[in-house]
Write a protein that binds this ligand. Structure first.
Ligand SMILES: C[S@@+](CC[C@H](N)C(=O)[O-])C[C@H]1O[C@@H](n2cnc3c(N)ncnc32)[C@H](O)[C@@H]1O
Length: 253
């Protein structure tokens, strides 16, 4: 999948808030910090500000995202790797991941493996959207299956559903000395035309758009916009409200 940092950062303020809420819950004085799925690096830079003496490493699978991150986060190191195969060079004190791990399935194995990368007493802090059933996500699959683009999108799954909160508890509790899991529904107040579609175009819609030639992409976007519009109407002041459920996990080894 091809990431576009500029498109992703269009709603940067809204996307930053859960990252900061997660950061606020980490009680640590780390030497080694990893930002897994660091994307454009704006949050990596904040991790470095919070712990200036730490070695902060951003890891991501996307070349364009890493290019942006290197420019955004002075004093941090970056590496290109897939979450699926990534292992730490040395035990990590804070393993932070904001809005990234939901792109990969198999969390019953992945999250315990990540806790295994922590030093004793180290903290894993994860935030992921829990939006699989919401119209903005569910309609992507529905529209993908229904138009002339359907044969080209037949194999596209998008980001898989994350687990239920209780399932994360069950896999992480036996290997955590402390565990805190919570959910928050943010009411993102978006400005601009067609805002819910613009939001999705920076993230969850990308796997559906990338495989299509320009003409079909435009038709798909029009059909998706029409399907989504009634669920996210503009308010009298022009704002579009996007309810967005996010799951947070803070686990100490
Ligand atoms: C929505 S962005 C989040 C970026 C950043 N953490 C933030 O808070 O703004 C998700 C990032 O995860 C990366 N990503 C998704 N799946 C990945 C995988 N399997 N391996 C490595 N990186 C992946 C993408 O390249 C993208 O930069």
């Amino acid at each position: 999948m091809r990431w576009d940092p500029a498109e992703y950062l269009r709603y940067g303020d809204e996307r930053l808030r859960p990252a900061l809420d997660l950061l606020a819950r980490i009680d640590a004085a780390p030497g080694r910090v990893v930002d897994l799925g660091c994307g454009p690096g704006n949050v990596t830079a904040i991790l470095k500000q919070r712990w200036p003496g730490a070695d902060v490493l951003g890891v991501d699978g996307s070349g364009p995202m890493l290019e942006r991150a290197r420019a955004a986060a002075a004093g941090c190191r970056f590496a290109q790797a897939d979450f699926g195969g990534w292992t730490a060079e040395a035990a990590v004190d804070v393993l932070y991941s904001n809005a990234a791990l939901h792109w990969l399935g198999g969390h019953e194995g992945l999250l315990p493996r990540l806790v295994g990368q922590l030093a004793p007493g180290g903290v894993m802090a994860v935030q992921m959207p829990a939006m699989h059933a919401a119209p903005i996500r569910a309609l992507q699959h529905q529209v993908a299956a229904e138009g002339p683009w359907a044969p080209l999108l037949a194999e596209i799954g998008g980001a898989p559903p994350i687990l239920e909160a209780g399932q994360y508890w069950d896999v992480l509790r036996p290997i955590s000395s402390e565990l805190d899991i919570w959910e928050t529904v943010y009411l993102h107040a978006l400005s601009g035309e067609n805002a819910a579609v613009q939001w999705a175009s920076g993230t969850s819609l990308r796997p559906f758009l990338d495989p299509l030639p320009a003409d079909l992409r435009a038709q798909f976007l029009a059909a998706y916009s029409a399907a989504v519009a009634p669920h996210y109407p503009r308010r009298a002041d022009g704002t579009t409200l996007l309810p967005f459920r996010r799951l947070f996990i803070v686990a100490r080894r």
